[in-house]
Design a protein around this ligand. Structure first.
Ligand code: NDP
Ligand code: KPL
Length: 315
């Protein structure tokens, strides 16, 4: 059963779109909490639904669950709550697929970056929420992941009701990945986008793990330059953030994560990156009126692009 305000009923399966480093562990955490989950492999063609045992190593314990895994083609005609955990460049095609179904529950995005919700808003979905995920996760093999929660992830409304938001927080929170309702998600999205613009570009260019900023003063100085530029851009756009607080978050994440940032993994695997939602989007906004100087942020995007180009000319 679904309700009129876009909150999903407890009896409906949650569909998690994207079975990668975030989506697969999330499906395990929810399954372990007794929630019915279906993991949807968004990059895969049609295949028969199957049940996979997925294992997640957290710093405290190893958790496993058998999760029903389906392809996009197997999405039912009526769907309740949808979690989007694939790479953000897949959103336009997913919004199109969801448009061909009746989506009763909210669509909840777990992705990094600015503007990732646009395809779902433009497609007219009435209930869209965004989480800003404070966790690091990496695939360690077939159906095996290493996941570390950093802190509670804020979840807020892009479109829809507060009642639906509170229901989502209650449904999705587990001790492994807790959420909290956030009345104004925009500053949270900017804060995390700035953090990602630092990690995803600098760690990728240097081919270093997330711990880089705690051990390398020069990398930290470049991070400070990016944060300074981005905070000035945010201010011009009406979002007030504090440079020091963002640098503290970067150093706190860096001190607790030795994982490889997804952009570096993507470049190495010859996959597209999400830079268009991070440094590139910030640089694009900085070029609009009123203009803001974003040299460091945009040059880092160019270096990642250069690295992608180098890789593809070698392969
Ligand atoms: N990893 C992390 O620590 C964190 C990641 N995030 C964000 O979470 C989101 C998911 O990242 P993560 O799980 O790490 O990524 P992964 O690379 O591990 O997984 C990528 C997912 O995107 C899907 N995908 C990739 N390319 C396409 C495509 N062309 N069309 C459709 N689907 C595609 C894959 O499909 P399939 O299901 O078929 O494999 C897979 O589910 C990203 O937006 C990322 O920024 C946020 C915080 C932390
Ligand atoms: C900033 C960081 C490393 C942690 O949340 C992240 O978002 C990611 O791994 O994609």
């Amino acid at each position: 059963m679904s309700r009129i305000d876009g909150s999903a009923s407890q009896s409906e399966a949650i569909h998690i779109l994207g079975g990668g480093a975030i989506g697969a562990p999330f499906s395990v955490f929810l399954s372990r909490a007794g929630t019915q989950v279906r993991l949807v492999r968004t990059s895969r063609g049609d295949f028969h639904p199957r049940s996979d045992e997925i294992t997640v190593d957290t710093p405290f314990e190893r958790v496993s669950a058998t999760v029903e895994t389906v392809s996009v083609a197997s999405l039912p005609a009526r769907i309740g709550l949808v979690v989007v955990a694939c790479k953000a460049y897949a959103n336009p095609s997913l919004a199109k697929v969801l448009r061909s179904r009746v989506v009763k529950g909210p669509i909840i995005l777990l992705q990094n970056g600015l503007g990732v919700e646009k395809p779902f808003i433009e497609a007219g979905f009435p209930s869209v929420q965004r989480a800003v995920v404070y966790a690091t996760s990496q695939a360690k093999g077939q159906d095996r992941f290493s996941f570390r929660m950093i802190r509670e992830s804020p979840l807020g409304i892009v479109a829809g009701s507060e009642r639906a938001l509170l229901a989502s927080v209650a449904t999705l929170s587990t001790p492994f990945m807790p959420f909290r309702s956030e009345p104004d998600i925009t500053p949270e999205v900017w804060r995390k986008t700035i953090i990602n613009s630092v990690f995803n570009s600098i760690c990728t260019i240097m081919e270093e793990d997330n711990g880089l900023f705690c051990r390398n003063v020069a990398a930290r100085e470049v991070a400070e330059a990016v944060v300074g530029e981005c905070v000035r851009l945010a201010a011009v756009r009406g979002v007030t953030l504090a440079e020091e607080e963002i640098m503290d978050s970067i150093l706190s994440i860096s001190g607790r994560s030795t994982q490889l940032i997804s952009t570096l993994q993507d470049v190495r695997a010859g996959r597209p990156t999400e830079m268009r939602f991070l440094n590139e989007e910030l640089a694009r906004l900085a070029g609009c009126n009123p203009r803001v100087d974003m040299k460091a942020t945009s040059l880092l995007a160019k270096l990642v692009e250069a690295k992608v180009g180098e890789r593809s000319s070698v392969d």
